[in-house]
Design a protein around this ligand. Structure first.
Ligand code: GDP
Ligand code: ZN
Length: 359
């Protein structure tokens, strides 16, 4: 891995270059114009930096973000605070998200700055609740995600699960469902009836983990499914995401926001997603609870693709661009009426479709 230093002039085509504050660009230009002096300066600065902080600060994983600096975990496990260049932070609140791998540089006075966000392999995004035209990335590079629901308090809301599954699939993240508070679930046949609501997901191959953070029941398979990966827990507030994380590992490293707070810039708040690390290497992004989960714009065709059980029926719709909402001779709707397709999931599909702008 390459070490990036603040005194290294970036390549002309480097997008991060544009993101650097003027002062920084000016300094780098000067450096390029006077390479010899710069080398001498850099050597001196390097000496001082080496004395102040261990060397080899290069790439890292963003484990918490705030309005000020973000907290970055280096490959050796150290946590450091790094500033996001102002231009980047102002123009795009999703410029850096928890889970991003970033390349760091050091400014002249020693402050660490995010120079580059490495390409994402996946993401969980939604429209900014305050400005729906903007995409907010809640977490990047997720390997898997768990949609957390509960049996009671709050009651199982499959509509929210459906939305979360669409958002995760469109961001390239494989999902499972954890239904927490098993200790509050009904017993016997009443439990079987409630379990019915989850059958469509099982049939789609989505793992379903009934569990209880309180009793520890059902946690082992959930732990195995997330084991060693970067995952997110998403779901209704109060479903028990934090409790589950604590139950999975009582000594979970929870206070990753501390570093950024200690730097005295911006206050870490629990409304921001943050990463908890378990002893087995699993990293869990705890996202703020949501009652609603807005979806990013997509076409009817794309939306339908996130309901894979529609596909075989859609092939037999009268119109091959059928949106399954109002067209005659729609086989998807017929299948939902017969119960071959889950009527609840079909209803969610129609609700989401109605909420999208006509594409
Ligand atoms: P979050 O908002 O999803 O992070 O939910 P919390 O973890 O804060 O939990 C919300 C409430 O549910 C708290 O009062 C927890 O004590 C309670 N809770 C969490 N897990 C369980 C569980 O398995 N069983 C029961 N009975 N209560 C739980
Ligand atoms: Zn149709």
């Amino acid at each position: 891995m390459r070490t990036v230093r603040g005194d290294e002039p970036p390549a002309a085509d480097d997008a991060a270059w544009e993101a650097l504050p003027k002062r920084e660009r000016h300094r780098a230009r000067r450096t390029r114009a006077a390479p010899q002096r710069a080398r001498a300066d850099a050597a001196g600065a390097d000496e001082m930096q080496r004395a102040a902080l261990p060397p080899a600060l290069d790439d890292g994983l963003v484990v918490a973000t705030s309005r000020g600096p973000c907290t970055v975990e280096l490959d050796d496990g150290r946590l450091i605070a790094a500033v996001l260049p102002k231009a980047l932070a102002r123009d795009d609140r999703s410029a850096v998200a928890v889970g991003d791998r970033v390349r760091l540089a050091r400014r002249a006075h020693g402050e660490l700055v995010v120079r580059e966000v490495l390409p994402r392999t996946s993401q969980l995004a939604r429209p900014d609740p305050f400005d729906p035209r903007r995409r907010r990335v809640l977490a990047a590079n997720l390997e898997r995600a768990v949609a957390v629901a509960s049996w009671r308090r709050p009651p199982l809301a499959t509509g929210l699960l459906d939305r979360l599954l669409v958002a995760l699939a469109s961001g390239g993240v494989g999902a499972a469902i954890a239904v927490n508070k098993l200790d509050l679930a009904a017993r016997g046949s009443a439990f079987e009836a409630e379990l019915e609501a989850l059958r469509p997901y099982r049939e789609l191959g989505v793992p379903v983990f009934p569990c209880s953070a309180t009793t520890g029941d059902g946690l082992a398979p959930l732990r195995a499914w997330i084991g060693g990966r970067l995952v997110a827990f998403v779901g209704h507030s109060g479903a028990g995401k934090s409790s589950l994380i604590n139950a999975l590992e009582p000594l979970v490293v929870a206070a990753v926001g501390e570093v950024a707070r200690g730097a005295g810039r911006g206050r870490h708040t629990t409304t921001q997603p943050q990463i908890h690390r378990l002893a087995d290497g699993t990293r869990i992004v705890d996202t703020p609870g949501v009652r609603e989960f807005g979806l990013w714009q997509m076409s009817a065709r794309e939306l339908a693709a996130y309901f894979p059980e529609f596909e075989a029926h859609a092939a037999r719709c009268r119109f091959n661009d059928c949106s399954h909402a109002h067209e005659p001779l729609c086989e998807v709707r017929s299948a939902a009426e017969r119960g071959t397709i889950s009527p609840a999931r079909f209803a969610t599909y129609l609700r989401i479709l109605a909420s999208l702008d006509p594409a």
